[in-house]
Design a protein around this ligand. Structure first.
Ligand code: ATP
Ligand code: MG
Length: 292
């Protein structure tokens, strides 16, 4: 599939400027509301009329979406369409970006995520995140995983921590590679190993929701398969939102898929339906490789 990068205004430099210009106009006209099934009955996360701005530029336009308990929702769409921006709203990671403003109603278990009394530290323990680029702490492999359980008071005794560390590393598919060097720096691992370390770190605090932003982009097919298995396993107890550029991955791991286009949520539906019978022409153009 060809890849075309859009900037905030939906412009692109070289290839096919005419097509993109038409798509941009069409998007504003056609995406007044989301097609398909964006809401669900057993929502863990509810987002209503979410708008996100970076300074004057609007990156997310009026998005409403539920993510259910024990559900994996995949978020797909061309580069720059707002997937990471939207994901970061869900645990207030956008708070850390200067000039970023989030509007709308977002709740976790019915409680506001952006309420004045919300403490973001416990919020981020409940809604964990795995970033596209692995970002281990400058600490040992062991401490990278043990840090969260320690500061959140989940475990303090060495034996308890040992168990959480081993269990989290096993589930992330990294234990065998690191069990003899747990005291070595996490930053000394390969990129793919670092990503699995960050996944182990995220699950070590038993979050209720896990946000994953292209978690497998640095992983080989074996590690990717292990992470996909883990996602399936985690779904029994948790809620997961995963951004991915791989439609195969979205199809393998998710129950519903959300297609974003230039900051609009164009379509959400059962994953199989999105890939076999998309309802919106922009979704169809993307999944058939005609756009994006
Ligand atoms: N920190 C920032 N400051 C200003 N604008 C930003 C910032 N982060 C993202 N944007 C803009 O917001 C829009 C959405 O970006 P975002 O990173 O959410 O897209 P994405 O769908 O995750 O793309 P990709 O697939 O390339 O990761 C883009 O136009 C981008 O330029
Ligand atoms: Mg992104």
């Amino acid at each position: 599939m060809t890849t075309m990068t859009l900037d905030a205004a939906g412009q692109t430099g070289a290839a096919q400027p005419k097509t993109v210009e038409r798509e941009t106009v069409d998007t504003q006209r056609k995406v007044t509301e989301t097609v398909g099934r964006p809401l669900c009955d057993n929502a863990k996360l509810r987002m209503r009329n979410v708008n996100v701005f970076y300074g004057e530029a609007q990156a997310i336009h009026n998005v409403s979406l539920d993510i259910g308990r024990n559900e994996v929702v995949a978020m797909i769409g061309p580069s720059g369409c707002g997937k990471s921006t939207f994901l970061r709203c869900l645990n207030r990671m956008n708070d850390t970006i200067e000039g970023c403003r989030v509007e709308g109603e977002l709740t976790l278990d019915g409680e506001p995520i952006y309420g004045p009394k919300v403490d973001v530290v416990p919020l981020r323990a409940r809604v964990g995140m795995v970033f596209q680029k692995p970002n281990p702490f400058p600490k040992s492999i062991y401490d990278n995983v043990a840090y969260g359980p320690k500061i959140h008071g989940i475990a303090s005794r060495r034996a308890e921590l040992d168990e959480i560390v081993e269990n989290s590393l096993r589930r992330a598919g990294l234990w065998n590679e690191v069990k003899d060097r747990l005291d070595k720096p996490g930053t000394g691992l390969s990129g793919g190993q670092q990503q699995r370390l960050c996944i182990a770190r995220a699950i070590a605090v038993s979050p209720e929701v896990i946000l994953m932003d292209e978690p497998c982009s640095a992983l080989d097919p074996i590690a990717t398969a292990r992470i996909e298995e883990l996602i399936d396993e985690l779904r029994e107890n948790y809620t997961i939102a995963i951004v991915t550029h791989s439609m195969q991955q979205a199809a393998r791991v998710s129950q519903r898929t959300a297609y974003f286009h230039l900051g609009h949520l164009v379509e959400v539906n059962d994953t199989e339906m999105v890939f076999t019978n998309p309802q919106h022409e922009l979704t169809e153009a993307y999944i058939t490789g005609r756009f994006g």
